[in-house]
Design a protein around this ligand. Structure first.
Ligand code: NAD
Length: 480
């Protein structure tokens, strides 16, 4: 691991206290270029890309065990960098270990195929080769978790990686780089570049020695990434924004659906791409459901992220805080009915300077901006519906298509609606549906490509067709 050439740094702050917690290297374009060249050299050298898959698997498993051993330190680092509740970060550490273990297993199962011979004199088969140098760009809401979703399959496939964390949450990515070296990933295979500006990501996408970009972030930036990557025809996968609905029918288990609706939006302070930020409730139970939601949401503890009793921590960035405040203003001006919150949450003591937002809920029409646009904060919008057809129409009237939940005790209806919803994931009677082994990704403007699945291995591989002539007489179509 090497430092930047200029030695320049930028400040990294704890959003829950306002304290500066680290000075982080400010990479220049030259630094980025060095990182990409290191990755290229390591990839082309073949130590990792051509290592037996079973050996790569052992190294990736070792990364998983080092992460598990250091989970407490990593968790606290994430909490101070991001502002999330420690209870949330704890769950993420388990999921990160699971992700590395899953892809350690996948490394030895990235099978090619043998085709029926196209002619009797041929053998035809495919092999999966690593795609090459991967530029991995991640956002700030689940820093280490989302890094693991890219780094683990990329390494399993035999790729070299340049990982660029978000400017506001760079710390755990740096630790991941150290862990990889310690586990036995050869030098140059995993490179971390940090910087405070948007141009670092842009340079990575432009770089001609990068073969693939794996991007997670907003839909607006995803479009810029796709356009930029087109100049060098890089392979691209995009995990983008969402406005995911929970659809609650009048035959749902209300107790479970209310608890899930609360968790589904307020988990990670709503800064989750799959947050269920629209709750569509059938009219017959609408008033009862909303009243229960508001009553039970009052038991959710917003507070000091380092307190294990806290459910919801701080908002990670000042820009994000402003965005949430602005959307609440828009909600008011659109005439949305405030059911809960809608303003800054003030804390005492060490968190007095922190950025906390009160748990917020509105009732609005499906056309309202707060019911259509991604807010990415603890703000949910309730919308009533009459019947199945209307619920499906409202759910699908979105430019996004990441996730959805359906709540019904009628298994036929739940599955019928799940089939009609245009999202990458539909969760029936559960608020949570993100696990290694289960593909995760978007329809429509929530992106393309899938993470967490076996098919993800394909997205870090090229398929090479190998044809072997086995005939006795040499082929001589010109008869020369
Ligand atoms: P963002 O798009 O602003 O930034 C994401 C990353 O891209 C950051 O590392 C940023 O520095 C970098 N970046 C910025 N401009 C770039 C450019 N021109 N070229 C290349 N890289 C560039 O998003 P954010 O605010 O950090 O994250 C929040 C968004 O991420 C939300 O929209 C959320 O829904 C989405 N998200 C999606 C998923 C998913 O799996 N679908 C998961 C988490 C977050």
């Amino acid at each position: 691991m090497t430092a930047t050439q200029t030695g320049a740094t930028f400040e990294d702050r704890n959003p829950a206290t306002g304290e500066v917690i680290a000075q982080v290297h400010e990479s220049t374009q030259d630094d980025l270029d060095r990182a990409v060249r290191a990755a290229r050299t390591a990839f082309d050298g073949g130590k990792w890309s051509q290592m037996a898959a079973s050996r790569r698997a052992k190294v990736i498993n070792k990364m998983a065990s080092l992460i598990a051993e250091r989970a407490n330190d990593l968790m606290l680092m994430e909490v101070r960098d991001n502002g999330k509740a420690i209870s949330t970060a704890k769950g993420e550490m388990g999921a990160i270990v699971d992700c590395f273990e899953f892809y350690a297993g996948a490394a030895t199962k990235n099978y090619g195929e043998t085709m029926p011979p196209p002619l009797p004199t041929y053998l035809a088969n495919t092999v999966r080769e690593p795609v090459g140098v991967v530029g991995a760009i991640i956002p700030w809401n689940f820093p280490l978790l989302l890094a693991s979703w890219k780094v683990a399959p990329a390494l399993a496939a035999g790729c070299a990686v340049v990982l660029k964390p978000a400017p506001s949450t760079p710390l755990t990515a740096i630790e991941l780089g150290k862990i990889a070296l310690e586990a036995g990933v050869p030098e140059g295979v995993l490179n971390i570049v940090t910087g405070s500006g948007r141009e670092l990501g842009q340079w990575l996408v432009e770089h001609p020695l990068v073969d693939k970009i794996a991007f997670t972030g907003s839909t607006a930036t995803g479009k810029i990434v796709a356009k930029t990557a087109a100049d060098t025809l890089k392979r691209v996968t995009l995990e983008l924004g969402g406005k995911s609905p929970s659809i609650v029918f009048d035959d749902a288990n209300l107790e479970a659906a209310v608890a899930a609706a609360i968790y589904g939006i307020y988990y990670n302070a709503g800064q989750a791409c799959e947050a269920r930020s629209r709750v569509l409730v059938q009219r017959a139970i609408y008033d009862r459901f909303v009243a229960a939601f508001v009553e039970r949401a009052r038991n959710v503890r917003v507070g000091n992220p380092e307190d294990p009793q806290t459910h919801v921590g701080a908002i990670t960035m000042p820009e994000q805080f402003e965005k949430i405040a602005n959307y609440c203003e828009i909600g008011r001006s659109e005439g949305a009915r405030v059911l809960l919150g809608g303003e800054r949450a003030s804390l005492d003591g060490p968190n007095a300077q922190g950025m906390f937002w009160s748990l917020t809920a509105y009732e609005a029409t499906p056309q309202a901006r707060i019911a259509r646009e991604e807010i990415f904060g603890p703000v949910v919008t309730f919308v009533p519906f009459a019947d199945e057809a209307e619920a499906i129409a409202i759910a699908n009237a979105s430019e996004y298509g990441l996730s959805a939940s359906v709540w019904s005790e009628n298994i036929g209806r739940a599955n019928r609606v799940a089939r009609a919803i245009r999202t990458g994931t539909v969760a029936i009677n559960t608020p949570y549906a993100v696990f290694p082994g289960v593909p995760f990704g978007g329809y429509k403007q929530s992106g393309y490509g899938r993470e967490l699945g076996m098919e993800t291995m394909r997205l870090y591989s090229e398929t090479k067709s190998v044809l072997t002539f086995i005939g006795e007489k040499p082929m001589n179509p010109f008869g020369v």
